[in-house]
Design a protein around this ligand. Structure first.
Ligand code: URP
Ligand code: ZN
Ligand code: ZN
Length: 468
C-alpha cells in the first residue's frame, strides 16, 4: 500500500516503555522510532505533541453478527469493528459459533463470509459444541491450517451450547495436545436451569431474576471445576468474562501452584453493580448478560485481582442487542424477553468504550499504571492469543496500529454518539477523562476525531500462532 507516515513527538507508552519520540511508518509497519526523524516528500505527518501514543487495543472477546435460533446480534462486522476503531481497538478476536449440526469448518467458512466487511483486523476463536471424533479432528485442522489457536467451551446453557464434564475433559485434552488455549465460560448450567425453572414456576419473570438465578457461587464452582479438569487434561486455561470473587480465588490458587491458568474480566464487572437490576420494570434487560452484573463486593475483589496481576486481560464480551424493537426489528431486541427473563437475549454492547473507560477507572481512579493499562488491553491479549509482536505493542517491525490518546479530555458516555447499532450503553451518562483522538490501522489513519476515514473490508484476517 501506501506512502510513508510520520507521527511526531508523541509520548509512546507500551507495556514496558514510556518515552517521547517520532514514529516512521512504511508499508503498514513501524519502520523506525527516534527523535527528530526527517519528513520526506509525500509523507503524511501527524503531530502527537501532548498526546499518548498507544498500541491499537486488542479485544479478544466479541460476538459480531452472531445468531441463535431466536435472536441475532445487531452489530455485524462492519458496524461492530467501526465502533471498535472509534474506541481505539484495531484488533478483534471474535467467537465463531458453528450453527447447530454444522461442522466446525462449515461454521468457519460462514464466519469468513460474515467477517469480510470488517474495518479492523480480525481473528477467530472456535466454539466447540461436542467432543466427538470428527470435531476433535477438525480442531487439529483449525490449529494447523486455519490459524485458530483457541477454542471456547461452555459449562452453561445446557441443551444449547454446554459441554457436559466428560466432553469438556475430552475437548480440553485435545486442545492441550494441540498447543491451543482453552477458553471456558464458567457457570454451572444445569443448576442455573433448575433455579430458572423454579423462578418461572413462581411467576418471577422480571429481568432481575436473570441475576438472581445465576448466583456467584455457581461461577466459582464451575471455574474451580474447569481448572481441575484442565490440570488433569494438561491444558492451558483462559477463564473468560470472570465476574466473581469466588472464581478469582480459584484462578489465584491455580496460579500460585504454577498452573497455566489465565483470567479475563470486562469493564461491566468492574464498573457496575447489581443495583442495575432494581425494580420490576424491563430496564434491567439492558444488563441481561451471562454472567450477570454482580454485587459491588465482587467488583472490589476484581480490582484487587487486577492490581495483583491475577487477571491478565480486560475484554468486552461485546454481544450487542437493542433495547427498543425499532428500527432493526424484534430479532435483534431485548424485547424478545418481555414475557420472561429467560427469553431475553444475553449480552450487551461495549466494544467502543473499553479503552477510554479503563483509562479513566484503572489509571485515574484505581492507580494502575499506563503500562498495566496497555498490557491488559493490548499486549497480554496479543501474547495469549498468538498475535504478539505483530499486534499489541509499538515496536519496529510491528503493525502500525496506533492510538493517539488525550489523557486529559473530559467527556460523557452517550449511546446517541456511538457507532454500534445498539441503542443503549451500559455506561450512559458516565463522565470519563481521556479520549481517543486518532487511530491508525497498519499505518492508515482510520479515525480522526469524529471523522471516519476507514473503509469496510479493509480489516485483514489474522491467522494466529500458538499462545505465548
Ligand atoms: O451474555 C453473554 N455474555 N453473551 C455472550 C455469550 C457469552 O457467553 O459469552
Ligand atoms: Zn461466555
Ligand atoms: Zn461472550
Amino acid at each position: 500500500m501506501s506512502h510513508a507516515t510520520l507521527v511526531r513527538n508523541g509520548r509512546i507508552v507500551t507495556a514496558g516503555d514510556d518515552f517521547v519520540a517520532d514514529l516512521l511508518i512504511e508499508g503498514g509497519r513501524i519502520e523506525a522510532i527516534g527523535r527528530a526523524l526527517p519528513s520526506g516528500p509525500g509523507m503524511s505527518v501527524h503531530d502527537a505533541t501532548g498526546l499518548l501514543v498507544l498500541p491499537g487495543a486488542v479485544d479478544v472477546h466479541t460476538h459480531l453478527d452472531s445468531a441463535t435460533p431466536t435472536a441475532s446480534t445487531v452489530d455485524d462486522f462492519a458496524a461492530g469493528t467501526r465502533a471498535a476503531a472509534f474506541g481505539g481497538t484495531t484488533t478483534v478476536v471474535d467467537y465463531c459459533t458453528p450453527p447447530p449440526g454444522a461442522s466446525l469448518m462449515a461454521g468457519l467458512e460462514d464466519w469468513h463470509r460474515r467477517r469480510a466487511n470488517a474495518c479492523v483486523d480480525v481473528g477467530a476463536h472456535m466454539i466447540v459444541l461436542d467432543a466427538g471424533a470428527a470435531t476433535l479432528a477438525e480442531m487439529k485442522t483449525l490449529v494447523e491450517r486455519e490459524g485458530i489457536s483457541s477454542f471456547k467451551f461452555f459449562m452453561a446453557y445446557p441443551g444449547a451450547l454446554m459441554l457436559e464434564d466428560g466432553a469438556l475433559f475430552t475437548a480440553l485434552r485435545a486442545a492441550g495436545a494441540l498447543g491451543a488455549l482453552s477458553c471456558v465460560h464458567a457457570e454451572n448450567g444445569p443448576v442455573i436451569q433448575s433455579l430458572v425453572q423454579a423462578a418461572l414456576a413462581q411467576g418471577q419473570t422480571a429481568p432481575r431474576h436473570h441475576a438472581l438465578t445465576r448466583p456467584a457461587l455457581l461461577e466459582g464452582e464451575a471455574a474451580q471445576r474447569a481448572i481441575d479438569l484442565a490440570e488433569l487434561a494438561q491444558a492451558p486455561l483462559y477463564v473468560v468474562h470472570l465476574s466473581t470473587a469466588q472464581a478469582l480465588q480459584a484462578v489465584q490458587r491455580a496460579r500460585q501452584r504454577g498452573l497455566p491458568v489465565h483470567a479475563e474480566t470486562c469493564p461491566q464487572y468492574l464498573l457496575l453493580d447489581d443495583s442495575v437490576y432494581a425494580g420490576e420494570g424491563f430496564e434491567g434487560a439492558k444488563y441481561v448478560m451471562s454472567p450477570p452484573i454482580r454485587h459491588a463486593s465482587h467488583g472490589v475483589a476484581l480490582w484487587r485481582g487486577l492490581q495483583a496481576g491475577d487477571i491478565q486481560t480486560v475484554a468486552t464480551d461485546h454481544c450487542a442487542f437493542t433495547y427498543g424493537e425499532q428500527p432493526h426489528g424484534l430479532r435483534h431486541s431485548k424485547r424478545l424477553g418481555l414475557a420472561a427473563f429467560n427469553r431475553i437475549p444475553n449480552g450487551a454492547p461495549g466494544l467502543e468504550t473499553r479503552l477510554e473507560l479503563m483509562h479513566d477507572a484503572a489509571v485515574l481512579q484505581h492507580g494502575l499504571s499506563l503500562h498495566r493499562l496497555v498490557d491488559l488491553l493490548a499486549t497480554a491479549p496479543a501474547r495469549l492469543f498468538g498475535l504478539f509482536p505483530r499486534k499489541g505493542t509499538v515496536a519496529v517491525g510491528s503493525d502500525a496500529d496506533l492510538v493517539l490518546f488525550d489523557p486529559h479530555e473530559r467527556w460523557t458516555v452517550r449511546a446517541a454518539a456511538h457507532h454500534s447499532l445498539s441503542d443503549y450503553s451500559l455506561f450512559e451518562g458516565r463522565p470519563v477523562t481521556g479520549r481517543v483522538k486518532k487511530v491508525f490501522l497498519r499505518g492508515q489513519c482510520i479515525v480522526d476525531g469524529p471523522h471516519w476515514l476507514g473503509r469496510e473490508g479493509m480489516g485483514q484476517y489474522l491467522s494466529r500462532a500458538a499462545s505465548g
